[in-house]
Design a protein around this ligand. Structure first.
Ligand code: GLN
Ligand code: ZN
Length: 758
């Protein structure tokens, strides 16, 4: 008998109910009871959906973040919060976001740092540790949820002790691994309390096992589980997001009752795991992809599972590869979706239904679910054969890619001098990163246009008026290289996706990014082509209004790829190459139209890095090649810019240099220009625009602050290769902030020029 179970379910609710409840609690419009009521409701709905599983997760729900929950369970609350008044919920939100509903402006504390949960787009609150960190059990949240979980066979979920420490950040010179001794007794107590509350199994998430671990971390795993084996509950150690690699034997041999592996990303090592796993252990095979939105090929999954079921019998469990947190809740919410593509998709609820079919087939034979398998097969075949997925012209173009496509006519120094002649820019040229404030009027116009209460002509007129406004403002400010302001774009990826062939969009396909923030990644389902120019008319219009150079503004292929749900039927590299060819056409159209400066944003290039460092180079190789194919089909005189908004370049500087953009603009204002060190040490040869305006803050940088930053920059990068610009786009700011900030920026640039001349 194969056992079905799930690792975690999305907690935002099918219509983002949690988000709205959180936000109204934070604004003081709703009581804590009301928020907890919504939370309870979502949990109850989630459990109802999972009632037919042999085990359903409890404790996967979170009011903000599961890592923060674990910190509270371990009594691990930052000192700056611990002594403040208020209920535990207030403390919790203070760590999460700097303040709770009861706090006034002067009472907020600084929030916990946020970082990405492995290679997902989910962000967790980083637990802060030091040598003096202590832990003490607070199991109330888990026990309450366990008590409330009705109609399911509950399996509490916790983050394992080693992964918990792995996620922590030291605030002093200590080594977080040294805290394991203090941590394990608290885990033991927790496990005992869960046993007391009736838990037979506990799911212990240890995704750190799919990363590269040195011997100290490996020893920690052994040590932790040899200690915890004395406790009553059976432990299912879960690993996900990749292969176990050289941690495979370690994982198989941990003294626990069961191991979960990601059989989607780790398909290649599944047989090895089955061979290695001691014969008393349960193996949970994560066969349904928890990271994308495609239907599982159930027949193929059964081909994999049946021989394992034959060997393991009741020791085989089946599940999604990871928590379903990373996919939208329910495809049934989509009422007017593209019908052909619709049948190829599965969101969280649909993935659970697939799991049920697989369980039935394993336990009662494929015949017992004949109809379900047949309709699944029909959908799989339709996707494989669809002419909307497979476009021979795109495949031919891909096959025709030569190394020449990624090469520019000349090396940087030659291009730079030609560009200097045509562009004739002053020293320390000023520019912005692309977007100007997205005002309520812009949003309203977009909404009305979508709802068809605003005609195309009226919508375009409104956008053109916005473009004109931002151009006049930039001219008045005296900025050197102008942008059109991106008024027509709601999102830098969606905008391009909507105009490319091969994309569809959901209405409710939300996925939690952090706290109440959700994103709705577009779905890239087919071969990518560009039926028509995407930005040309807007840029042309903008250029027609001014004699100053206008920067064409595009999103790069790697960023489009990394911020979409993409195909699983071809390597990511191929999808990215298709995007590269499409954006390249746009670059060339812009150039033909006389646009001399083209910026290709690669805001998400870094976040595509694989979890294992040993796989980084392969990714960077194709990612950079895709950028080069996009950018490099232009004349020497055309200046290519790229933009990246994050601040860790140390380990990818070589790849950045290989992109060979004429100008790169980056986020540097918060780092006080320190991150330019790596550009200096590397002797980065091309031009750089280090950000001098922190666009995430409402603060307006003064001329003096900008000057200080730029002088620091000039200590590291030769002045003749520096640009002056904000950290990133300005779309989330208000004009009232942007204008004085840019005024100061231009004034600072003028001072710098005077000094350079004297
Ligand atoms: N051009 C984009 C903008 O200005 C860049 C945004 C980003 O890097 N995230 O909005
Ligand atoms: Zn940016």
């Amino acid at each position: 008998m194969a056992v079905t179970h799930n690792l975690g379910f999305p907690r935002i609710g099918a219509k983002r109910e949690l988000k709205f409840a959180q936000e109204s609690f934070w604004k003081g419009q709703q009581s804590a009871e009301a928020l907890l009521g919504v939370a309870k409701e979502i949990c109850a709905q989630n459990w109802a959906l999972q009632a037919s599983l042999n085990f359903a997760p409890v404790g996967d729900f979170s009011l903000y973040d599961q890592v923060l929950d674990m910190s509270f369970t371990l009594g691990h609350v930052p000192e700056r919060v611990a002594n403040l008044d208020g209920a535990e919920l207030d403390q919790y939100f203070r760590v999460a976001r700097g303040r709770s509903a009861i706090d006034t402006d002067c009472h907020c504390v600084h929030a916990g740092e946020m970082t990405k949960w492995f290679d997902t787009n989910y962000h967790y609150i980083v637990p802060e540790v030091s040598a003096s960190t202590e832990f003490s059990l607070n199991a109330e949240r888990l026990l309450t949820q366990l008590n409330e979980a009705k109609g399911i066979n509950a399996k509490p979920v916790i983050i394992g002790p080693v992964t918990y420490l792995w996620l922590c950040k030291e605030k002093d010179q200590s080594n977080r691994l040294d805290l394991l001794e203090k941590l394990l007794p608290v885990y033991s107590q927790l496990l005992e309390q869960l046993a007391e509350a009736g838990a037979e199994w506990v799911q212990v998430d240890e995704p750190a096992l799919v990363t590269e671990l040195d011997s100290a971390w490996k020893t920690a795993f052994d040590h932790a589980y040899h200690t915890l084996k004395a406790n009553r509950p059976k432990l299912l150690v879960t690993t996900y997001f990749g292969t176990l690699g050289d941690n495979l034997q370690l994982a198989c041999n941990l003294p626990v009752a069961g191991l979960h592996v990601d059989a989607v990303r780790g398909a290649s090592e599944l047989t090895q795991v089955v061979d290695w796993l001691p014969s008393h252990k349960v193996l949970s095979v994560g066969i349904i992809n928890g990271r994308n939105i495609w239907k599982t090929d159930l027949a193929q999954a059964l081909d994999t599972l049946e021989p394992i079921a034959h060997r393991l019998k009741e020791r085989l469990w089946i599940a999604p590869s990871c928590s379903l947190l990373h996919v939208p809740v329910d495809l049934d919410s989509e009422t007017d979706f593209d019908p052909e593509v619709f049948q190829w998709l599965a969101f969280a609820k649909q993935k659970l239904a697939e799991l049920a079919v697989l369980g039935q087939a394993l336990n009662n034979g494929r015949d017992s679910v004949r109809e379900a398998l047949a309709s699944n097969q029909q959908a799989i075949t339709s996707r494989k054969q669809s002419t909307r997925v497979h476009n021979p012209a795109v495949k031919a173009a891909l096959a025709g890619i030569t190394p020449e496509l990624g090469k520019r006519q000349s090396h940087y120094p030659i291009r730079a001098s030609k560009q200097a002649k045509t562009l004739n820019l002053p020293a320390f040229p000023t520019t912005t990163i692309g977007s100007f404030p997205q005002t309520p009027e812009i949003r309203q116009a977009r909404l009305a246009y979508k709802k068809q209460t605003l005609s195309t002509a009226d919508y375009e007129a409104k956008m053109k008026a916005e473009i004109e406004r931002s151009i006049r403002q930039q001219e008045a400010l005296g900025i050197d290289v102008l942008v059109h302001g991106e008024a027509e774009r709601n999102d830098m990826v969606e905008y391009f996706g909507e105009q490319l062939e091969g994309y569809v969009f959901s209405k409710f396909g939300w996925v939690q990014s952090y706290g109440s923030r959700c994103v709705k990644p577009p779905i890239l389902f087919g071969d990518i082509s560009r039926p028509h120019a995407m930005t040309l008319d807007w840029i042309n219009y903008a250029q027609s209004l001014t004699s100053k150079p206008m920067k064409g503004m595009l999103t790069g292929p790697v960023t489009i790829l990394n911020w979409s749900f993409v195909r699983d039927d071809q390597p990511r590299k191929n999808t990215c190459l298709q995007l590269a060819l499409a954006i390249r056409q746009e670059v060339q159209d812009l150039e033909t139209a006389g646009v001399n400066i083209i910026q290709i944003d690669e805001a998400a290039l870094r976040e595509g890095l694989p979890l294992r460092q040993s796989e980084w180079q392969a990714y960077l190789d194709w990612a950079v090649e895709c950028f080069r194919i996009t950018a490099n089909g232009v004349r020497d005189e055309t200046q290519i810019h790229t933009h990246m908004c994050y601040s860790e370049f140390n380990d990818i500087i070589e790849a950045i240099a290989h992109m060979d953009a004429d100008v790169i603009t980056i986020e540097t204002s918060r780092s006080d220009m320190e991150l330019l060190d790596v550009f200096e040490q590397f002797e980065y040869p091309n031009e750089i625009g280090p950000g001098v305006y922190d666009i995430h803050s409402p603060n307006i940088p003064s001329e003096a602050q900008i000057l200080t930053l730029m002088r620091k920059a000039a200590e590291r990068i030769p002045a003749e290769r520096l640009w002056v610009n904000p950290d990133c786009g300005l779309k989330t700011r208000q004009w009232e902030e942007v204008l004085p900030a840019l005024e100061n920026m231009v004034a600072a640039a003028q001072k710098l020029r005077q000094q350079l001349a004297s």
